[in-house]
Design a protein around this ligand. Structure first.
Ligand SMILES: [Zn+2]
Length: 408
């Protein structure tokens, strides 16, 4: 016999939470430390208490529900924050499935030798400072300078935002000091891609999580008249950017297919028909499940930018804004998840995650597992984000039985 979650209750929780932070464009805007986020936090704490579980919050605002006694914790969770105009399931599904798992273990009085915890991590989406503020604080891997320097997506420094909260830069930096000993961390998440749906599988078991680097870049050339400056005398910052974009994209597609390189947030200056742009500012995002590939792409970008700078007479400057290392999930966890999925008679496949997740940060301190459920048309970070409830039920059943096995 297997434990099963209560699907109606989990569904009800997700629908209730989706009303918090609902925005005028039909999506959910619930960035961490916003008014909506604090409402969601209160709602979650109430749910934890209602379930008779012990609730704890650390200095970074990460919220935990605890079931059982002492010992290295089997933890599962995700995040409740969203991007602006996001969907109902990214993050929320993982937190609420973990809460439901704890409730079912408590209701059934399942005898376990290790405690279980649900975790809800602050600012996975990176609206405050880079991605994963909460889980990075939890493992003690925050970049202190970034914390003090960064402008948040609210347009104000983090220290300003924190003044209206019970948290401070110091309490965030100290959060890891209160971290319990861990046995493992599991995360359920929507796939955010089309693979499971296309392959007709109910469950994805992640074997690798991509690492990424985010750079803020600038080509500095020379502004001049678009009608009077001969081509050979131009130092066009936009053309330098265009050349870099094409060359690196081509290189990654040819040599590292499956890894990605993207240029976005392009701004040229000055603006106007008759002006050759003297400045081009842009961001670069590149990702791979292989650390060596990330290094190779990084050195290809700088090498190419240097050579373009020489031929076009421009300068290239960049700053690394965020970086994460790829993670390989331990075979012990993959096997355990596959065995449990098999026992539950669910169809599954192994796949890599190209999006980042709290689990990859937790991997710095404990073995982790990542369970994907299909999402409609692979859409996420959008009001259109959708799932089939039976897929969530299956993912949550797998999470529950895997947690019980790890804690037995
Ligand atoms: Zn997420």
């Amino acid at each position: 016999m297997f434990l099963k979650i209560n699907r109606e209750r989990l569904q009800q929780d997700i629908l209730e939470l989706a009303e918090i932070g609902r925005d005028s464009r039909g999506g959910i805007s619930r960035p961490s430390f916003s008014e909506a986020d604090f409402e969601a936090r209160d709602w979650l704490k109430h749910k934890i208490e209602e379930a008779g579980l012990a609730c704890r919050e650390d200095g970074a605002g990460n919220i935990f529900a605890h079931l059982g006694g002492e010992g290295p914790v089997v933890m599962a969770g995700s995040h409740l924050d969203t991007v602006f105009n996001g969907g109902r399931f990214d993050g929320a599904a993982g937190v609420l499935a973990a809460l439901e798992a704890l409730r079912r273990v408590k209701e059934e009085n399942v005898p376990l030798s290790l405690p279980l915890e649900m975790a809800s991590f602050t600012d996975e989406e990176g609206n405050l400072v880079g991605d994963f503020l909460g889980s990075r604080a939890f493992v003690g891997a925050l970049d202190e300078n970034l914390l003090y320097e960064s402008l948040t997506s609210f347009g104000r420094p983090l220290a300003d935002i924190l003044q209206a909260t019970p948290f401070s830069l110091e309490s965030i930096l100290d959060a890891h000091l209160h971290r319990p000993e861990l046995t493992a961390f599991l995360e359920l998440h929507i796939e955010q891609g089309p693979t499971l749906e296309t392959e007709g599988k109910e469950i994805g078991i992640v074997d690798k999580i991509a690492g990424k680097q985010d750079w803020l870049c600038l080509f500095l050339g020379e502004t001049n008249h678009a009608g009077t400056t001969p081509f050979e005398l131009r130092h066009d910052a936009f053309l330098a950017l265009a050349e870099l974009s094409f060359q690196v994209t081509h290189y990654v597609a040819q040599n590292h297919y499956g890894s990605f390189f993207t240029v976005s947030s392009v701004q040229t200056w000055p603006r106007g028909f008759s002006l050759i742009p003297g400045q081009a500012e842009f961001t670069i995002d590149f990702r791979s499940t292989d650390a060596g590939t990330l290094d190779d792409i990084s050195s290809f970008i700088t090498k190419t930018a240097d050579s373009i700078s020489q031929t076009r007479g421009v300068d290239f400057k960049f700053k690394v804004i965020d970086s994460t290392q790829p993670v390989e999930i331990q075979p012990m966890i993959i096997n355990l998840l596959e065995e449990e999925a098999g026992k539950l008679d669910y169809s599954f496949l192994r796949l890599p995650s190209r999006a980042g997740h709290d689990a990859q940060i937790l991997a710095q301190v404990t073995p982790v597992g990542l369970i994907f459920i299909p999402c409609e048309d692979g859409i996420s970070h959008s009001p259109e984000e959708n799932i089939r409830w039976e897929d969530l039920e299956k993912g949550a059943n797998l999470l529950l039985n895997a947690m019980v096995r790890l804690a037995s």
